[in-house]
Design a protein around this ligand. Structure first.
Ligand SMILES: [Zn+2]
Length: 301
């Protein structure tokens, strides 16, 4: 046994694989596009493992950890509702990838994997990881233990209704948090043909566009609502901002922290919790979700 860990982050547009040491150091990376369909995703994932074996010079026998979107049954290694990947109906992902690679597969939700990667890199074991992408979800590691929920649906905070007069949500409810605090909500508010909408918005605001600054600050306030919701529910040591919107970098953390500080001005109770000081940006120079997937194998094995 090499003692090395293997992790795959399977997303709607790309599959990223890493070989890492147990301490979190990434030794090799392979990235490729995602196909659609369960069998096709398995075949591509197996090809990524083969390339990791070649690139690292190790057999990589043992375990591969995998983070994938959708509702994941971690006991049975099956996936439902990974809509953008065309994987549904309890697809037996772990069994299929295990057969294709000869490795034992540990499967989890991609946000859970990212939370584990972020917690390791930040040196924290009490973390809420906000995944701000197409939707909005949170993954929590409390006292070192990942909370998946009795039905693997813990953290679906994007579908908590917050505004009875709000927008219709794809889930069938009205005024869900993710209709105002997600990448797709931001894209609807600030359409952009070129750069990703979040980047276009923050760039425009920084260059003095008053309307952009207003939209940015309103968006940051909704994200601050999400942080407050999580913090007042499970009181984690830190709340990490991650997902595609976090690609705008430190200025996202600054905007959300500013909104949290504003929300606390009239409340000594809220101010005493220092939520603004407990918000972190996900580390951006490391493939956090793929690393976290690799670490899933360590924890399970
Ligand atoms: Zn909803």
């Amino acid at each position: 046994m090499s003692g090395l860990l293997v992790g795959l982050d399977i997303g709607a547009t790309k599959i990223l694989g890493v070989v890492a040491r147990p301490d979190g150091e990434v030794l090799a990376q392979v990235r490729t596009g995602s196909p659609a369909g369960g069998a096709e995703v398995v075949a591509t994932a197996a090809a990524v493992v083969a390339r990791l074996r070649a690139d690292s010079g190790h057999d990589l026998d043992g375990v591969v950890g995998v983070g994938i979107p959708g509702l994941v049954d971690t006991d049975h290694g099956t996936v439902r509702h990974a809509v953008n990947l065309g994987v549904d109906d309890g697809f037996p992902f772990s069994e299929r990838l295990g057969t294709a690679t000869g490795l034992r597969v540990v499967l989890d939700n991609d946000a859970n994997a990212a939370a584990l990667g972020a917690a390791t890199l930040l040196g924290e074991d009490d973390v809420a990881y906000l995944s701000i992408g197409t939707g909005l979800a949170v993954a929590t590691i409390l006292g070192g233990v990942l909370r998946r929920g009795a039905r693997n649906a813990a953290g679906e905070i994007g579908h908590i209704p917050v505004d009875p007069a709000g927008l219709a949500c794809e889930c069938g409810q009205v005024g869900c948090l993710e209709t105002v605090a997600s990448g797709s909500a931001l894209a609807a508010l600030w359409p952009s043909a070129g750069a990703p909408p979040a980047q276009a918005l923050f760039d425009a605001a920084a260059s003095g566009d008053a309307e952009a600054a207003r939209v940015r600050d309103a968006f940051a306030a909704h994200l601050a609502d999400a942080v407050r919701l999580v913090a007042l529910t499970v009181d984690p040591e830190v709340v990490v901002l991650g997902g595609g919107v976090a690609n705008v970098g430190e200025r996202l953390r600054v905007a959300v922290a500013h909104a949290l500080a504003e929300q606390a001005t009239g409340s000594p109770f809220l101010a005493s919790l220092d939520l603004a000081g407990r918000v972190r940006l996900v580390p951006r120079d490391v493939p956090v979700a793929a690393l976290g997937a690799a670490l899933l194998g360590r924890r399970d094995g």
